[in-house]
Write a protein that binds this ligand. Structure first.
Ligand code: GLA
Length: 388
C-alpha cells in the first residue's frame, strides 16, 4: 500500500511553470509529509513511489543520476527523508533502451549496476516497466534484475510490468516464473482517469479470473493498477466501487492523487479501516465474481481468515437504486449456517443472518454495497430462533 506519482502527476517536468505539481523532490517531500501526518502511514499506506521522468542521465561511471534541477539533493536524500517519517521509497526504471517517456532505460548490461545504485540509495521498491525492449530482452532482463536486487542484500519489493507487455496470459506469460521473481505485476493496460477505464480493467480481470485468481498470494500479487480516488474522473459511487472491487481483487493499493488537496469524503473511502483489513487479509486469497444477471447486478466474494468473507454487490445500472433480492444460500454459501454481516461503508450490522434468510440490498447506479461476513460459532438454536 502506498502512493504512486504516475496517474495523477504523469510526466510533468515543467517546474518553472508548475512548481507545485512537477515531478521533483518537492512533490515527493510534500506527499511524504501528508502520508505521515494525515493518517495514511498508520493505516498501511507506507510506500512513496517515484514513477517515470526522474532520470537525468548517467554519470561518467555509467551510474544513473536523477535530473539535477528537479532532484538537487539526489534520491538517497529522498529515501532518508521517507525513512525518517516511517515510510519507504519506491523508484521506477524500464527494462529497455528508454523508459516509456524516453528517459534512459536499463539494458541487460546495466542491470547489476542499476540494482546496486538503487540499493545504495536505500530504495525499498522498484517498478520495472517494459517499453522499448523486445520479448527476448524482457525474458532475460526481468529474472536478471530480480537476481541482482536479491544480490544487493537489501529487501526491495519488485513490481514487474512484464506480463502487460506480453498480453497478460499464458502461455506467453509464465506466471510460475513471475511469482518466483516478482512481488507484484501489472497484467493489463494502464488505468486512466475515467470510469470506463476502471470497467475495462475489471472486465479483463473477471474474464480471465480462472487463470488470474489462483496466482495471487502473499508476496506475489496481480496488479490492476492505481486507485483513481481523489482525482477528476470518478463520481462518489464510482470511487467507492473502485475501492471495493480492487479490495476484492486483492490489489496492491496504490493511490495516485494529490494528498494536499484531497477532500474528506475521498479520504474516508481510502481510509476505511475494515476495507483495508479485508484488502490486507493475511491469507491473501483473491476474490472472484460469483454471480451476474441480466439486470446488470454482479456479486463478488473474497474468502478471508477465520472463515470470514467479504461480499460486494455491484450495480452496472445507470437508472436508479436497484433492490436486489437474494440469500447467502442462493449465493452458494453452505446451508444452515448463521452469520453476522457488517456493512463496510455504513457500519451497520445484521446479526444472526441464516444462509436461507432472504434479504434485499439497495445498490446505487455504478455503486456497491459491501459486507464483511463472519460465521457465528456455537450459536444457541433457541436464542437464534428467538432473534429471528
Ligand atoms: C507505462 C506504465 C505506467 C507508467 C508509464 C510511465 O505506461 O504502464 O504505469 O509507469 O509507463 O511512462
Amino acid at each position: 500500500m502506498g502512493w504512486l506519482a504516475w496517474e495523477r502527476f504523469r510526466c510533468n517536468i515543467h517546474c518553472d511553470e508548475d512548481p507545485k505539481n512537477c515531478i521533483s523532490e518537492r512533490l515527493f517531500m510534500e506527499m511524504a509529509d501528508r502520508l505521515a501526518q494525515d493518517g495514511w502511514r498508520d493505516l498501511g499506506y507506507v510506500y512513496l513511489n517515484i514513477d517515470d521522468c526522474w532520470i537525468g542521465g548517467r554519470d561518467d561511471k555509467g551510474r544513473l543520476v536523477p535530473d539535477s534541477k528537479r532532484f538537487p539533493r539526489g534520491i538517497a536524500f529522498l529515501a532518508d527523508y521517507a525513512h525518517s517519517l516511517g515510510l519507504k521509497l519506491g523508484i521506477y526504471e524500464d527494462m529497455g533502451n528508454m523508459t516509456c517517456m524516453g528517459f534512459p532505460g536499463t539494458t541487460l548490461d546495466t542491470v547489476e549496476l542499476d540494482a546496486q545504485t538503487f540499493a545504495g540509495w536505500k530504495v525499498d521498491m522498484l517498478k520495472m516497466d517494459g517499453c522499448f525492449s523486445t520479448s527476448e530482452e524482457r525474458a532475460q532482463g526481468y529474472p536478471k534484475m530480480s537476481a541482482a536486487l536479491n544480490a544487493t542484500g537489501r529487501p526491495i519489493a519488485f513490481s514487474c510490468s512484464w506480463p502487460a507487455y506480453e498480453g497478460g496470459l499464458p502461455p506467453k506469460v509464465n506466471y510460475t516464473l513471475l511469482a518466483n521473481i516478482c512481488n507484484l505485476w501489472r497484467n493489463y493496460d494502464d488505468i486512466q482517469d475515467s470510469w470506463n477505464s476502471v470497467l475495462s480493467i475489471l472486465d479483463w480481470f473477471v474474464k480471465h479470473q480462472d487463470i488470474l485468481q489462483p496466482l495471487a498470494g502473499p508476496g506475489h500479487w496481480n496488479d490492476p493498477d492505481m486507485l483513481l480516488i481523489g482525482n477528476f474522473g470518478l463520481s462518489f459511487e464510482e470511487s467507492r466501487s473502485q475501492m471495493a472491487l480492487w479490495t476484492m481483487l486483492a490489489a496492491p493499493l496504490f493511490m495516485s492523487t494529490d494528498l494536499r488537496t484531497i477532500t474528506p469524503q475521498n479520504m474516508d473511502i481510502l481510509q476505511n479501516p475494515l476495507m483495508i483489513k479485508i484488502n490486507q487479509d493475511p491469507l491473501g486469497i483473491q476474490g472472484r465474481r460469483i454471480y451476474e444477471d441480466e439486470y446488470q447486478i454482479e456479486v463478488y466474494k473474497r474468502p478471508l481468515t477465520n472463515e470470514a468473507s467479504a461480499l460486494v454487490f455491484f450495480s452496472r445500472r445507470t437508472d436508479m437504486p436497484y433492490h436486489f433480492h437474494t440469500s447467502l444460500a442462493k449465493l452458494n454459501f453452505p446451508r444452515a449456517k448463521v452469520y453476522d454481516a457488517q456493512n463496510i461503508f455504513s457500519g451497520e450490522i445484521i446479526s444472526g443472518l441464516w444462509s436461507e434468510n432472504n434479504f434485499t440490498v439497495v445498490i446505487n447506479p455504478s455503486g456497491v454495497v459491501m459486507w464483511y461476513l463472519n460465521p457465528v460459532k456455537n450459536m444457541d438454536i433457541s436464542e437464534t430462533m428467538y432473534q429471528l
